[in-house]
Design a protein around this ligand. Structure first.
Ligand code: NAG
Ligand code: NAG
Ligand code: NAG
Ligand code: NAG
Length: 438
């Protein structure tokens, strides 16, 4: 345990450390002003890193983040050698993506899933005006906590993302490759849409994940293709997000095609928790399977819910790493082919489910979100969720006394999640539901 009355570490540096980075990956020729800006950003980051390096040369953090968020053991005041230390906490890479009008929801969701050990990439798709993207970037940049940890980034040059087509797969692969380059440290990739919200704190989540093998993938999947599924898989479509600069309708070919026989198609749902090793497998592509399936699914509707389950279950390396549950609480609307919005009536079921996230919530000021903040996350309005990394009260977007980011303070949420995961893994039952050919 740390002694909370200890002299607090100095506040995080607030000089020129930019917490958010604008990515312009598809722009081949940046304009001269941009080059200047980048040079300035690069130099200021470099000088900051140098200053940090010179003044704390014993601390091995790679470029940037405030060392007081990741202190070495020497900073621990009371160290009990008899108490077995828990496994080191893992880190999660989050893509948070939304569309026109989602800026407020994205920022609230970011606060609710924030932890200094994680890394975040925010994306507002091409249908949102640039001013909205700038608002998100400026808000992130002016938050002292994000600035200190330097782990929140905003995509400056957006992609289109149509829910039905293949552009959402392209967005996730793009984001995962950016996140792989941004940080060597994350263990799982989670893509949240703006209408999702957490049901446990990050301290709860990281605590439970720290006991699990890092190669597990949490993915709903089924190889059962009835007429309903076949009707969704056989049409041939072309996603306008891949070739038109204006948003339009999906292009449907008049003919349909047979289901593949070279591999088995698995259907699933669009949310999943994927391991870093699996994301590298999909992106680096030494094995051609992920690329072949990407090209096949490029012309099928709902490719996002089918792509990752199909790659996982058809690869020898990964078919035994899949858990057939994505730990997302969602309710299908039987009338429409979509999720039903959740409200406070669903609250008890959400808690009972032991899920990590819930989807979908309708507005950024939905009363059920306030209920979750109050009862599950301990989050006060407009601030991040408290955790072991912040010993003082987090208020006004600052943390009065920084702690060690690696010390987690799991609460009741970790017990719910532990129960759900123990049930999933008990007696190896999960094997009987793993990539089964039906
Ligand atoms: C995984 O792939 C191997 C090799 O193809 C196969 O023997 C095994 O049955 C597969 N496991 C599952 C759960 O599909
Ligand atoms: C995912 O699978 C679980 C059971 O394994 C089910 O309860 C849940 O509804 C599924 N979620 C979706 C979005 O299909
Ligand atoms: C929540 O949604 C359900 C189903 O749409 C509805 O029956 C119920 O009245 C709603 N509850 C509240 C508190 O709005
Ligand atoms: C937040 O700021 C307001 C106004 O600047 C101030 O009154 C309040 O005490 C601050 N709260 C905290 C927790 O620092």
């Amino acid at each position: 345990m740390q002694n909370p009355t200890s002299p607090p570490p100095p506040p995080p540096p607030s000089s020129s450390s930019f917490s958010s980075t604008f990515f312009n990956l598809r722009d081949p020729k940046p304009k001269p002003t941009l080059i200047l800006l980048y040079t300035f950003l690069f130099l200021s980051l470099l000088s900051l890193t140098l200053i940090l390096y010179l003044s704390h040369s014993t601390i091995h953090t790679h470029s940037g983040p405030d060392p007081f968020l990741h202190p070495t053991h020497a900073h621990r005041l009371v160290f009990d050698p008899h108490k077995p230390s828990p496994p080191p906490p893992p880190s999660v890479a989050y893509l948070i993506s939304g569309s026109r009008g989602d800026a407020a929801r994205i920022l609230r969701l970011l606060d609710a899933v924030y932890h200094p050990l994680n890394v975040y990439l925010l994306h507002l798709d091409a249908s949102a005006p640039h001013t909205e993207r700038e608002l998100v970037a400026v808000t992130v940049q002016s938050n002292p906590i994000f600035k200190a940890a330097q782990n929140v980034h905003v995509v400056g040059k957006p992609d289109f993302s149509y829910p039905k087509g293949s552009s959402p797969v392209s967005l996730r692969l793009h984001a995962a490759s950016v996140l792989l380059r941004l940080s060597r440290d994350w263990d799982w990739f989670v893509s949240l849409s703006a209408d999702a919200y957490p049901l446990v704190t990050q301290d709860d989540l990281l605590h439970i994940l720290s006991f699990l093998p890092k190669d597990l993938n949490f993915v709903n999947h089924s190889s059962y293709i009835g007429w309903k599924e076949a009707r969704k898989l056989k049409p041939i479509i072309v996603d306008p997000g891949l070739y038109l600069s204006e948003g339009t309708e999906m292009f449907y070919a008049t003919q349909k095609r047979e289901l593949p026989s070279a591999y088995r198609v698995f259907t699933g749902s669009s949310f999943s928790i994927l391991s870093r090793r699996f994301m590298e497998f999909c992106i680096l592509g030494e094995d051609n399977l992920p690329r072949i399936l990407l090209m096949y699914f490029a012309n099928t509707p709902s490719s996002l819910s089918n792509y990752f389950p199909t790659v996982l279950c058809n690869s020898r390396q990964f078919n035994r790493t899949v858990i057939n549950k994505n730990l997302l609480y969602a309710v299908q609307d039987s009338q429409r082919n979509d999720l039903r919005p959740l409200n406070s009536t669903d609250f008890d079921d959400m808690i009972q489910s032991g899920a990590i996230f819930g989807e979908k919530f309708q507005k950024d000021d939905d009363p059920v979100l306030d209920l979750i903040d109050r009862n599950l996350l301990g989050r006060s309005p407009r601030s991040v969720v408290p955790g072991g990394w912040c010993l003082g009260e987090p208020g006004n977007n600052t943390c009065l006394t920084w702690g060690d980011a690696k010390i987690l303070r799991p609460g009741a949420g970790s017990q719910r999640l532990e129960k759900a995961i123990v049930e999933l893994l008990a007696n190896g039952i999960f094997r009987s539901r793993q990539c089964i050919y039906e």
